[in-house]
Write a protein that binds this ligand. Structure first.
Ligand code: FMN
Length: 148
């Protein structure tokens, strides 16, 4: 059975709600993912999983979440060939760099050899009921992309 980890950063809870809904989608499809706040893990841990889902809100002027910075630096010491991955995050369209942290993580995962199987999921601020349904769907589609 495939092992999937979701690692997220969330300051006001929006990206965490997305993480929970994605995890729910995976559970509905029969896989129990490990869900961790980025401050409770490190980049080496994700190398032990077949599927890696990273989530970050965007901060500053299109920056990665502060909490993600150490993890992001640690990613330089791992390689992810043969892994499948996806990225999500809550964003705010009043900023010019909409959800840029999602794009940053997609680029990094690809550089490390992972196959990013889904387009990054960007949700405006707090996920609505429909947005949460999209997140659950995202989880299910990710599982399908793993060939499970
Ligand atoms: N959202 C963007 O899409 N792009 C940005 O560049 C951006 N910069 C931000 C800078 C500041 C100081 C703050 C307070 C918010 C910014 N946001 C930006 C919006 C956050 O990503 C958004 O509020 C998000 O919902 C926070 O997610 P969280 O609840 O998981 O912490």
């Amino acid at each position: 059975m495939s092992k999937i980890i979701i690692v997220f950063a969330s300051m006001t809870g929006n990206t965490e709600e997305m993480a929970d809904a994605i995890a729910e989608g995976l559970k509905e499809a029969g896989i129990e993912p490990v869900v961790k706040n980025v401050i409770d893990t490190n980049a080496e841990e994700i190398t032990h999983y077949d599927g890696i889902i990273l989530g970050s809100y965007t901060w500053g002027d299109g920056d990665l979440a502060d909490d993600f910075l150490d993890f992001y630096d640690e990613m330089d010491d791992i390689q992810l060939d043969g892994k499948k991955a996806a990225v999500f995050g809550s964003c705010d369209s009043s900023y010019s760099e909409y959800g840029a942290a999602v794009d940053t993580l997609v680029t990094k995962l690809k550089e490390l050899g992972a196959e990013v199987t889904l387009e990054g999921l960007k949700i405006e601020l707090s996920p609505s009921k429909d947005d949460k349904a999209l997140c659950r769907q995202f989880g299910k589609q990710f599982l399908q992309s793993l060939g499970v």
